[in-house]
Design a protein around this ligand. Structure first.
Ligand code: PLP
Length: 493
């Protein structure tokens, strides 16, 4: 792999590797087409779509061909319940190799005492973490008190008491409209059904996390789990402070770094902003800013290691061995010096995008960014998030609508648009391109007018984009996208 500062070469690793990837994909598509040609066609179409759209979805990225190719192998055919060297199935020596490698790379990359590579997704990583915390904090002391080695030894009555305790613990997490995630104790997710939940928000005037308020809520609510992490908060978090708060009330600090793991891996977030040394348990996805395969990881301090290790069979079935292999490849990539450059570029580009909006008088939640997210408040354009998202999509700009703090339009229509820089930074976009993106977005939104309902009132969904704007935006985007091609040298026949 070359150590290039332009991200566009990360995906090819040079011309000869790009040529080999072309050969591999062309052969694979031919084999697929021999069984179900429509799947081969959709796969080709997906690459064409990804190459030609301005992908600003904050949770998406482009994994390297090495990562993608690793997922398409016979590791998919293997059952490997258990842990490395301790499986419930025979013949797992090669799965052991790749799982151990993924865990080793994760430990080294993040400086974590322990890493668990089996979770299939971010949600699964969080489920493993929740049950590990319950096992460590509730089950183990109960077993000790009752003199039992494991739950199977408990009498029916003791088991009923323990089951009741599992379901009656408290979790304190960031509110959804401040940028928190559904898995942090909200009712539509199982976390909200498992835990009594309360949330901390952000300061209404600044949009920033207020640690005094978090501490106040923690003292009052006394959670078992204090959870930090976000999907739509455009700022850094001081995890050392979060740990102090957790310690004061005897909570376990869990950090869900699903969105910003790439910035931790690339050492953009260090010291108090690096969650791994401060949290008891850190979870992440591997496919967002970390740029790996679709999956999850759990990192833990030593005291939680044995309970996290029981993720399978606690909440997981057989691991996706092919994806664990791809995690090992992606984490090896993230340990290269070029990844640190990439991560710094993600943050620099977010700043450029934010400045591009601010100098064109657009309003940003918190007034800017210092991570990979920019949250644009579109109320200044007289639009809902839903109208803005649709108008932008018509113009080939792919984003998603998002609530802003105390959103007057609720969680469905919203008043915000969330932008993220990881994907386009992978293509090689820099300051000038992100400034241009801001210009194009402002142009589209300034030329979008809200529609009216049948009754004649203002609509939150319908809109009109002025003639010619979509084409003008698409042409300007195409120029940039051609200059920074996705997977350069990868040519499908
Ligand atoms: C994306 C995300 C998840 C869920 O990840 P999946 O892989 O989609 O299950 C969990 N937590 C946070 C904070 C996220 O941003």
């Amino acid at each position: 792999m070359t150590d290039a500062t332009t991200a566009s070469s990360y995906v090819s690793g040079g011309e000869s590797l790009a040529a080999q990837a072309s050969t591999a994909y062309n052969a694979a598509l031919e084999v697929i087409a021999s069984v179900e040609p429509r799947v081969a066609e959709a796969t080709r179409a997906e690459l064409a779509d990804q190459r030609s759209s301005l992908k600003l979805i904050a949770s998406e990225n482009y994994a390297s061909p090495a990562v993608l190719l690793t997922m398409g192998t016979w590791f998919s055919d293997k059952y490997a319940e258990g842990t490395v060297g301790h499986r419930f199935y025979a013949g797992c020596q090669n799965v052991d190799t790749v799982e151990a490698l993924a865990a080793e790379h994760a430990r080294e990359l993040f400086g974590a005492p322990y890493a668990y590579a089996q979770p299939h997704s971010g949600i699964d990583a969080n489920l493993v973490a929740f049950w590990s915390i319950l096992a460590h904090r509730i089950e183990s002391p109960a077993l000790e008190k009752l003199g039992a080695k494991n739950v199977s030894e408990l009498s029916e009555t003791d088991w009923e008491t323990l089951r009741h305790e599992f379901g009656n613990q408290r979790m304190l997490g960031m509110s959804l409209d401040a940028g928190g995630h559904l898995t942090h104790g909200f009712r539509p997710n199982i976390s909200g059904k498992m835990f009594h939940q309360r949330s901390y928000g952000t300061d209404p005037s600044t949009g920033l996390l207020d640690y005094d308020r978090v501490a106040e809520a923690a003292r009052e609510f006394k959670p078992l789990v204090l959870i930090a992490g976000y999907s739509a908060y455009p700022r850094r978090v001081n995890f050392a402070k979060m740990r102090e708060i957790a310690d004061e009330v005897g909570a376990t600090l869990m950090v869900d770094m699903a969105h910003f793991a790439g910035l931790v891996a690339g050492r953009v977030f260090t010291g108090d902003e690096d969650p791994v040394p401060h949290a008891h348990i850190t979870t992440t996805t591997t496919h967002k800013s970390l740029r790996g395969p679709r999956g999850g990881l759990v990192l833990a301090q030593e005291e939680y290691a044995s309970s996290v290790d029981r993720g399978c069979p606690m909440v997981l079935g057989g691991p996706l061995s092919h994806v664990m292999a791809a995690k090992a490849v992606a984490l090896a990539e993230a340990r290269q010096p070029s990844f640190a450059t990439y991560a710094q570029n993600i943050a620099d580009n977010a700043k450029s995008l934010a400045e591009g909006f601010l100098k064109r008088d657009a309003k940003l939640v918190t007034g800017g960014t210092d991570n990979h997210i920019v949250l644009l408040d579109v109320s200044g354009f007289g639009l809902t998030g839903r109208q803005a998202e649709s108008a932008l999509l018509d113009a080939g700009v792919v984003t998603n609508r998002n609530s802003v703090p105390a959103d007057p339009n609720g969680a469905w229509y919203t008043s915000g648009i969330r932008f993220g820089t990881p994907a386009l930074t992978s293509r090689g976009f820099g300051h000038d391109e992100f400034d241009r993106v801001a210009e194009l977005v402002v142009d589209v939104l300034s030329n979008t007018t809200p529609g009216t309902t049948k009754a004649g009132g203002p609509s939150k969904a319908s809109y009109t984009l002025a003639d010619g704007i979509a084409d003008r935006t698409k042409a300007a985007s195409a120029e940039m996208l051609e200059k920074y091609p996705l997977y350069p040298g990868l040519d499908l026949l």
